[in-house]
Design a protein around this ligand. Structure first.
Ligand code: ATP
Ligand code: MG
Length: 426
């Protein structure tokens, strides 16, 4: 039979690499917890119309990237992003009635039918967070501070924060006309001819060189901000200054979603490693979405970071040993003793592999080395008869005999003294 391969753009993460994933995910969870965010887990599959509503027609995601399918009578979609599901859950569970402010984070796979390339896949992972119930701009500034802290903690170099404001509905209506007037008679891409009707702001975000040329010299949305919007943006920037967060105002930053209002931001980093695809995360305010999804009028703010890109951008950590200790039983009778001793060690927090395949001491020591074990506990016939275990320190090359009933305690102590104990899971 032809071997079955993984689906294009959907990657396996083997253990050598999953260590890096765990490190980034743990750093994210830790940072989010320090800022008062708690985890929400929503389904990977949602009704298609949720994304059509929340992300919006005319966006790349809804127009061409969704994995949608019909199952019996239901139109379903593999989630392409996390905000829509979180907002749906917020409305569905009437969370606004339980607390005035809600801080949620999430972590997990997203699906978009895109052309795969470095840092862009069809199944990828995002870490994101949402704040419901706070109109800002304090929490806007704090979210960016949190993100910069997080990115630094995983060793991302050359962090660049871009911010903008696209104001409220009125501002955008005003600006839409200004932009349409600017683009009048200019050559734009086929996609953008459609956008010209639906939402010309999206043209600013286009990667097509024709669109970028057409947007050259376009009026700035910041000039179209109403008084309230302007004050929100100014206060937001002042707070970033207070926190000492460096940023650049980028008036062309618009981003895809339909329900963005006021604050928008993007963070780039590690250009050396990522090249043009160096946008690590994006986010902003979507004050209209909760109401649009059938909830009350509740302001909201959020971001999503691509974990696949963070892994490329960050500083990789060194390889961790698979286990701390290895148990080498010699002969069939010793296997049961080895398994029991392994269990004792594990109750003391020592990660252990006990051999159950048999083999020479030499081959077992080779296996222990390959696993990165620090200690090997050898149980041969002689040791069993004398009620002892041979304890071999692979780093120090020393070997000693210890009583069987104290072997686990002694081994755990040795490992603790050498600093080689399992860290507590975050
Ligand atoms: P891009 O302009 O790169 O297509 P986007 O605007 O579609 O990005 P968002 O929907 O804002 O991206 O997602 C936030 C982050 O998720 C991105 O900055 C990126 O790091 C990551 N991301 C988005 N799409 C992919 C993908 N197909 N593969 C890997 N990461 C992705
Ligand atoms: Mg995209």
């Amino acid at each position: 039979m032809e071997p079955v391969r993984a689906v294009k753009g959907m990657n396996d993460v083997l253990p050598a690499e999953s260590v890096q994933w765990q490190r980034v995910e743990a750093a994210f969870r830790r940072t989010a917890a320090l800022y008062g965010f708690r985890e929400v887990r929503t389904p990977l599959v949602e009704a298609t119309r949720l994304f059509v509503r929340a992300v919006g027609e005319g966006t790349d995601i809804v127009d061409k990237e969704m994995y949608s399918f019909k199952h019996h009578d239901e139109e379903l979609t593999l989630r392409p992003e996390g905000t829509a599901g979180a907002a749906r859950a917020y409305v569905e569970h009437k969370v606004h009635a339980l607390e005035p402010v809600t801080r949620w984070y999430y972590l997990g796979p997203m699906f978009r039918a895109e052309k795969p390339q470095r840092g862009r896949y069809r199944q990828f992972s995002q870490a994101g967070a949402e704040v419901f119930g706070d109109p800002g701009p304090g929490c806007d500034a704090e979210m960016i501070d949190m993100l910069v802290t997080f990115l630094k903690s995983i060793g991302v170099p050359d962090i660049e924060v871009l911010v903008n404001s696209i104001g409220s509905g009125e501002t955008r209506a005003r600006y839409r006309e200004l932009l349409r007037a600017h683009l009048e008679g200019k050559v734009v891409s086929e996609d953008s001819q459609r956008r010209l009707e639906q939402n010309p702001l999206r043209i600013l975000d286009s990667k097509d060189p024709r669109d970028q040329a057409a947007c050259e010299g376009a009026p700035s949305i910041l000039d179209a901000l109403g008084d309230e919007d302007r004050k929100h943006f100014d206060d937001f920037r002042r707070l970033l200054d207070t926190l000492g967060v460096a940023y650049r105002v980028e008036p062309k930053l618009v981003r895809g979603l339909d329900y963005y209002t006021r604050t928008l931001f993007e963070i780039k980093g590690a250009k050396q490693k990522l090249g043009a695809g160096d946008t690590l995360l994006g986010g902003g305010r979507y004050d209209a979405m909760v109401e649009e999804l059938g909830g009350p009028s509740v302001p909201a703010l959020g971001f999503a970071a691509g974990i696949d890109r963070l892994l490329i951008a960050g500083e990789p950590s060194g390889a961790e040993p698979a286990v701390d200790a290895f148990i080498a039983p010699l002969g069939d009778v010793a296997v049961g003793h080895a398994l029991a001793l392994a269990r004792e060690l594990r109750t003391r927090g020592v990660a252990v592999e006990a051999d159950t395949r048999g083999g020479s001491l030499k081959s077992l020591l080779r296996r222990a080395n390959a696993l990165g074990a620090r200690l090997v506990l050898i149980l041969g016939e002689g040791e069993l008869a004398r009620g002892v275990v041979a304890l071999k320190d692979l780093a120090g090359h020393a070997q000693e005999e210890v009583p069987r009933d104290r072997a686990a305690a002694i081994a755990a102590d040795r490992l603790a003294a050498s600093g080689a104990v399992r860290k507590e899971e975050p």
